[in-house]
Design a protein around this ligand. Structure first.
Ligand SMILES: O=C(O)[C@@H](CO)OP(=O)(O)O
Length: 239
């Protein structure tokens, strides 16, 4: 029986607005981000899909986006599972820096490699950083990363997909996954079997639900953004 998934990147955050590397820093949504989340919920409701539950990260911007969307869907009661493995990619030593200033200092090419290469992680987060994730009690017992490439992000999101999300879909349920630009990019790479060199072309817009139909083997058979005006290019469906 076909299944439906909706990938929802959080609405615009304060650091999206300020053009700063964010990663695991728990920044709030902007007013625009909240409006995007509300519209996402309205579009999800209008899609007519009856979702059974949701997965999200441990970061407030994704949780808040999901809550606003669920309110707009008039289904705030839908069960939600939160897991750090859906967190944004950890941006290491770039965390908190302005992206343009980092380009001015290190050059466009180096910053593009840090942001969009598949397996080159940024420099590690120094212990002296004002943005530590270590010591945050939501991550108790977790080996908190000090930096992550997209590959390292996928190394945690893919097992989570296999252990938690895929089995739930196989039980015949439909889910919303509210997460982040790079954790969702990693899941798109897995689901659409995108080559390492091609995944940098996938840019998921904030607050625009991506509705994916899956066959019984959980292979995507169709995919579309619900806000067509803000849609970006999607990878071809896997054969
Ligand atoms: O800063 C970040 O955490 C991410 C997502 O906003 O940025 P980028 O698109 O540069 O990977």
């Amino acid at each position: 029986m076909p299944r439906t998934l909706a990938f929802l990147r959080h609405g615009q955050s304060q650091w999206n607005l300020e053009n700063r590397f964010t990663g695991w820093v728990d920044v709030p949504l902007t007013e625009k981000g909240e409006a995007e989340a509300k519209k996402a919920g309205e579009l999800l409701k209008a899609s007519g899909v009856q979702f059974d539950g949701c997965f999200t990260s441990m970061l407030t911007r994704a949780i808040r986006t999901l809550n606003i969307a669920l309110d707009a869907m008039e289904e705030p009661w839908l069960p939600v599972i939160k897991d750090w493995r859906l967190n944004e990619r950890h941006y290491g030593g770039l965390t908190g820096l302005n992206k343009q200033e980092t380009r001015d200092k290190h050059g466009d090419e180096q910053v593009h490699i840090w942001r969009r290469s598949y397996d080159t992680p940024p420099p590690v987060l120094e212990d002296s950083s004002p943005f530590p994730s270590l010591g945050d009690r939501r991550y108790t017992g977790i080996d908190v990363p000090k930096t992550e490439s997209l590959k390292l992000t996928l190394d945690r999101t893919e097992p989570y997909w296999n252990e938690a999300i895929a089995p739930a879909l196989r039980q015949g349920q439909d889910f919303i996954i509210a997460a982040h630009g790079n954790s969702l990019r990693a899941l798109v790479k897995v689901l659409f079997q995108v080559a390492d060199d091609d995944i940098n072309k996938v840019e998921i817009p904030t607050g625009n639900p991506l509705l994916i139909e899956l066959d019984e083997t959980l292979k995507p058979t169709s995919a579309r953004y619900l806000d067509a005006e803000r849609a970006t290019e999607l990878p071809p469906l896997p054969r």
